[in-house]
Design a protein around this ligand. Structure first.
Ligand SMILES: [Zn+2]
Length: 352
């Protein structure tokens, strides 16, 4: 179980929760199976969709199906030698290629992999190559891949994963059968989380994670941990110091910088719980993320208008998105600007 400071990114959430059921993927999987049985299955497939939507999971499921040597009722048997090896990530005819952090996928990596596609399958009848983050292919690597797709081997399947198809060369795209994975609706998400032991009634949180259910699950799991409780306490303390002891701006911003993606999320939740107090006659459910700091939050809710809370929540999400998508930005400057905005909204002391 990861600690709060090691929360994996949303793409990794797909790997961590590989064995969790994902009902919104079922229609996509069944459609692909039917295409296979009807003999219309392409040798090059592209799955697109947000990080944490389940592209990797769908690809692994499909690979298991393609490699299974004892398919039953239109599906993999989950029992044969091949099925067991793929579950253990140890199948000789399954190859995974992914970019290292902040690096592109080069031509040598692609060549090495496509050579394997020319070999005979070692276990069953098929071979599967899965490439994560196809938008990170260099141009030469993409061309090498294109060549492989132009001369497909009967028993080889290439599954490519990307957030969108926009960065792929049109020539490459034209060789691929694309499946775009849509986000599940609210009720599907609520039912899914409930089955996993999480009761989420907060539509704000759901909406926010709608495109990344597995990232939401990761987030809920992190909140359960004591490490996260410590950080939440530090967020309350950080906000308190920011408002009443201005010299402490530095320590709060340092705390947030430690893990921007996760910790800004916790500040967002803090404002969210303050907002809930305003809307619910100063009451908060016991399962609220910041319930432990209720008296402090009750005081704060009198000092901020609903409008201010909405403005600040948007600012937090904007800053978070900027910081997580551009590694080169000056984190400290952006975080400090955000903290000063929070402080100023409190100063205005408006009524709702
Ligand atoms: Zn099998």
């Amino acid at each position: 179980m990861p600690t709060n400071n090691e929360i994996p990114d949303t793409d990794n959430a797909e790997v961590i929760f590989e064995n969790v059921t994902t009902p919104w993927l079922t229609p996509f999987y069944e459609k692909l199976q039917n295409t296979y049985h009807e003999g219309r299955f392409a040798h090059g497939l592209l799955f697109t969709g947000s990080a944490g939507i389940g592209k990797y999971k769908l690809a692994k499921q499909l690979a298991q199906f393609l490699l299974c040597t004892d398919k039953r009722d239109n599906d993999a048997c989950f029992e044969c030698h091949s099925c067991r090896l793929i579950s253990a990530n140890n199948h000789l005819d399954f190859h995974l290629l992914e970019a290292e952090k902040n690096k592109s996928i080069g031509i040598d990596q692609v060549r090495l992999l496509t050579e394997k596609l020319n070999e005979r399958p070692q276990l069953g009848n098929n071979k599967v190559v899965l490439i994560k983050g196809v938008d990170q292919l260099t141009e030469a690597a993409a061309n090498a891949l294109l060549k492989t797709l132009e001369e497909p081997q009967g028993d080889s399947y290439l599954i490519l994963l990307a957030r969108t198809h926009h960065q792929l060369m049109p020539t490459l795209l034209s060789r691929l059968q694309q499946t775009h994975i849509h986000s599940p609706d609210d009720q599907t998400l609520i039912d899914w989380l409930y089955a996993l032991g999480y009761q989420v009634s907060d539509y704000g949180v759901l909406r926010w994670f709608q495109n990344s259910p597995l990232a939401l699950l990761n987030h809920l799991k992190a909140l359960e941990q004591d490490a996260s409780l410590d950080t939440r306490r530090q967020c309350v303390e950080g906000l308190f110091n920011l408002l009443y002891q201005p010299i402490h701006l530095f320590s709060f911003s340092q705390l947030l910088i430690k893990d921007v993606e996760q910790n800004l999320l916790l500040v967002f939740h803090l404002l969210h719980d303050i907002h809930k107090l305003k809307l619910n006659n100063n009451q908060l459910n016991e399962d609220a993320i910041y319930y432990f700091a209720l008296p402090q939050l009750q005081l704060w809710q009198t000092q901020l208008s609903c409008k201010s809370l909405r403005v600040l929540s948007t600012e937090i999400l904007k800053t978070r998105s900027l910081l997580t998508s551009h590694s080169s930005l000056k984190k400290e400057l952006l975080i400090n600007a955000l903290l000063i905005k929070i402080k100023n909204e409190f100063k205005e002391n408006k009524a709702c």
